[in-house]
Design a protein around this ligand. Structure first.
Ligand SMILES: [Zn+2]
Length: 150
């Protein structure tokens, strides 16, 4: 069985503040920049409760950006309603913007997704999404911000 389309190139888990991320801030700086929920999700890999975030039922045209560094990660064109209570996309804006890591927490193997620039925890990617990608990025609203199309 091909577990979540896992590729062997996925790096082993490393901390959100790992030196490999180009954008780095101290813990105090992250706490000052983010509200409590954003901090727990982005820097501590917490998961917001379904149907509670800002974006699960948000359908305006525009781009969704990393809450940590502002990098654009997703566009409204690839957003879809997965019925799970978290905002979902079938593809990232552009390859390389999102990092994928094996996540064996909670007794199951999943693929964690993070901002490749600053290590912000975004959510997970699953292989049960719609065509053409077949992928489903299940993302915490607290990890992203929205810029309307101008
Ligand atoms: Zn970021």
């Amino acid at each position: 069985m091909n577990l979540f389309g896992m590729k062997t190139s996925h790096p082993e888990p490393h901390p959100q503040d790992d030196p490999r991320y180009p954008v780095r801030k101290s813990d105090a700086e992250w706490r000052a920049q983010l509200d409590a929920m954003q901090y727990q999700v982005a820097r501590r890999a917490a998961t917001e409760r379904p149907f509670t975030g800002r974006f699960w039922d948000h359908w305006s045209e525009g781009a969704y950006r990393c809450i940590g560094c502002g990098q654009a990660l997703f566009e409204s064109e690839a957003k879809f309603d997965a019925g799970c209570g978290w905002p979902s996309w079938w593809k990232e804006l552009e390859p390389g913007r999102i990092e994928r890591l094996v996540d064996d927490s909670l007794g199951m193997r999943r693929v964690e997704v993070r901002c490749a620039q600053c290590g912000t925890h975004l959510g997970h990617v699953f292989d049960d999404g719609p065509e053409p990608s077949g992928e489903r990025f299940c993302i915490n609203s607290a990890a992203i911000d929205f810029s309307p199309k101008t």
